[in-house]
Design a protein around this ligand. Structure first.
Ligand SMILES: Cc1cc2nc3c(=O)[nH]c(=O)nc-3n(C[C@H](O)[C@H](O)[C@H](O)COP(=O)(O)OP(=O)(O)OC[C@H]3O[C@@H](n4cnc5c(N)ncnc54)[C@H](O)[C@@H]3O)c2cc1C
Length: 428
C-alpha cells in the first residue's frame, strides 16, 4: 500500500488539475490519478473561452432560483476569469490568455437579448445590449459582456502538471471509505475528489439521474476574416465563433449524446462555413460533450451525505473552464473545513426541485426508454454502465448511450464515461 495522502484527486482534466494545484498551494499533500493521459478528456477538445456568459443564464436563473443565487453564480464566474489571469501570470505561462468581449446573439429574438443584458448588468456583470456584431449576418440583438477571456489550455495544463504528483494510466475502479483502488494499487487519503467529468460511482450520489450529456461539433477554418470577440448563438441551430490564432473556430450542431438520427452535424457546420466564410478552408474538425444538470447549475462539493470523505465537481454545461476554477476555489476551502460562500449555490446537496423538474422528467423518460430497449428490446448493443441500448452516431462513427452519454468505438473500446469499461459489441 502506498503512502497516505491528504487528498487524492481522480481525473487530470482542467478541473482535477486546478483542484489539485490549489489544494497543494494550501499545504495539502495531493496525488492525482488519471485513467489515461493528463488533459486527454473533454479538456483536450474545449474551445477554451473563459466567460461568465453561459447562454441565457441570468434571466433564467433569476426566474428559477432567485436573484441572490443568480448573483452568486455571476460573481463566481467573473472571479474565475480574474483568477485565471492571476494564476497564468504568477506561473509565467505563455498560453495566449487574452481579455476579449463575449457576445450572445439571436437572429430572431431581440427582446430576449435585451432582458438578458438588463438582468446580467443588474447582477454586477459589465454587460450591455447591442445591435452591432462582427459576425457576417444580421442579428436581432446581442448581449456583450466586456473583459471576458480566451486562452490555450495545453500550456497551462503542462505548467500545472509539472508541479503535481500525477499517476497516468491509473483508472480508479472503486472507492471504499478513504481507500481508492486501481488495478495495480490501493491508495489512501483523508479526502477524495472525483473530477472525472461524469462521476463513475452511481450509488449513492445518483448523478446519473441528475444530469445528461450533450455533444457538439467544431470546425477550424483558415482564411476567414478574424473576429475580435467571441460569439454564441442562442437560437435553435445557433452557431458559436471564436478566433484561435489564425483559425476561426465555428461550433454548433449540438444534440443530446446518443440521440438517434443525429447524423449530418459536420455537414451543417460545413454548409454554414460555405455560406458565411466562402473564402475559408477547413483545416480540422472535432466534437466533445459535457454534462447538463437539470437546474442549470454545476455540482461542486460533497458527493453525498453518505460519503463524508468524498467530493465531486461535475455538471459543467459546456462552460467547464470557468467552472473548473470555481471548483478549485470552493473545494480549497471546503477540504480545509471552511465553508465557502458560493457553496449554497453549487452544493450537490441543494434542493432546487422546481428549477429542474421539467428537465428531470425528460431525462427519466429517456433513461426508461434506453433501459427498456437495452434489457427487453430485440437485438441491441448495450452500454456496460447501466445496460441502455446504444445508438450509432454517424458523425463520429461511434456507439453512444442516449441515457447517460457513455461512448464507444465501433469495436467497443471506451471513449467517454460514465462507463468505465469497453462494451461488448455483439447484438443481444
Ligand atoms: C464542443 C465543446 C466546446 C467547449 N468549449 C468550452 C469553452 O469555450 N469554454 C468553457 O468554459 N467550456 C467549454 N466546454 C466545456 C469544457 O471543455 C469541459 O467542461 C471541461 O473540459 C471539463 O473538464 P473536466 O476536467 O471536468 O473533464 P475532463 O477534461 O474530461 O477530465 C476528466 C478526466 O478524468 C479521467 N477519468 C475518468 N474516469 C476516471 C477514473 N475512473 N479514474 C481516473 N481517471 C478518470 C479522464 O480520463 C479525464 O482525463 C466545451 C465543451 C464542448 C462539448
Amino acid at each position: 500500500m502506498s503512502e497516505k495522502k491528504d487528498v487524492i484527486v481522480i481525473g487530470a482534466g482542467m478541473a482535477g488539475l486546478l483542484i489539485a494545484y490549489y489544494l497543494q498551494e494550501a499545504g495539502k499533500k495531493v496525488l492525482v490519478l488519471e485513467a489515461n493521459k493528463i488533459g486527454s478528456g473533454q479538456t483536450d477538445r474545449t474551445t477554451a473561452k473563459i466567460t461568465s456568459q453561459h447562454s441565457l443564464k441570468y434571466s433564467t436563473l433569476i426566474k428559477k432560483v432567485g436573484r441572490e443565487h443568480a448573483r452568486i453564480y455571476a460573481r463566481a464566474n467573473e472571479t474565475a476569469i480574474d483568477e485565471y489571469e492571476r494564476l497564468i501570470h504568477s506561473l509565467g505561462v505563455d498560453c495566449d490568455f487574452e481579455r476579449v468581449p463575449s457576445y450572445l446573439y439571436s437572429v430572431a429574438n431581440r427582446k430576449q437579448m435585451q432582458e438578458e443584458a438588463k438582468e446580467a448588468a443588474s447582477l454586477g456583470i459589465d454587460a450591455y445590449f447591442t445591435e452591432w456584431t462582427e459576425i457576417p449576418f444580421q442579428v436581432a440583438g446581442a448581449v456583450c459582456f466586456r473583459k471576458q477571456a480566451r486562452f490555450s489550455p495545453p500550456q497551462l495544463i503542462e505548467a500545472l502538471a509539472a508541479k503535481l504528483e500525477i499517476k497516468e494510466e491509473s483508472r480508479v475502479l472503486k472507492i471504499r471509505g478513504k481507500r481508492v483502488y486501481t488495478r495495480e494499487q490501493v491508495y489512501r487519503a483523508d479526502k477524495i475528489v472525483m473530477a472525472t467529468h461524469y462521476p463513475f460511482v452511481n450509488v449513492p450520489g445518483f448523478y446519473f439521474l441528475r444530469q445528461h450529456q450533450e455533444r457538439s461539433y467544431v470546425l477550424a477554418l483558415k482564411g476567414a476574416e478574424p473576429l475580435q470577440g467571441m460569439y454564441y448563438g442562442v437560437d435553435k441551430n445557433g452557431l458559436s465563433f471564436r478566433q484561435a490564432g489564425e483559425y476561426l473556430l465555428l461550433g454548433g450542431a449540438g444534440h443530446r449524446t446518443g440521440k438517434k438520427g443525429c447524423g449530418g452535424a459536420y455537414e451543417k457546420l460545413r454548409s454554414a462555413a460555405e455560406q458565411f466564410f466562402p473564402g475559408a478552408r477547413e483545416e480540422t474538425c472535432w466534437s466533445a460533450q459535457d454534462c447538463m444538470p437539470h437546474d442549470g447549475i454545476p455540482f461542486i462539493g460533497k458527493f453525498s451525505v453518505f460519503t463524508p470523505h468524498l467530493y465531486v465537481a461535475t455538471g459543467f454545461q459546456k462552460w467547464g473552464m470557468s467552472t473548473a476554477m470555481i471548483a478549485a476555489l470552493i473545494l480549497r476551502e471546503e477540504l480545509q473545513g471552511r465553508p465557502h460562500p458560493w457553496s449554497r449555490v453549487f452544493s450537490p446537496q441543494r434542493l432546487l426541485v422546481r428549477a429542474g423538474l421539467g428537465r428531470f422528467l425528460i431525462d427519466v423518460g429517456e433513461s426508461i426508454r434506453g433501459l427498456t430497449l437495452g434489457w427487453f428490446g430485440k437485438r441491441s448493443r448495450r452500454c456496460p454502465h447501466l445496460g441502455c441500448k446504444l445508438e450509432w452516431n454517424p458523425n463520429e462513427r461511434s456507439w453512444d448511450c442516449p441515457c447517460h452519454g457513455s461512448r464507444f468505438a465501433a469495436d467497443g473500446r471506451l471513449y467517454d464515461n460514465p462507463a468505465q469499461s469497453s462494451a461488448d459489441m455483439t447484438e443481444k
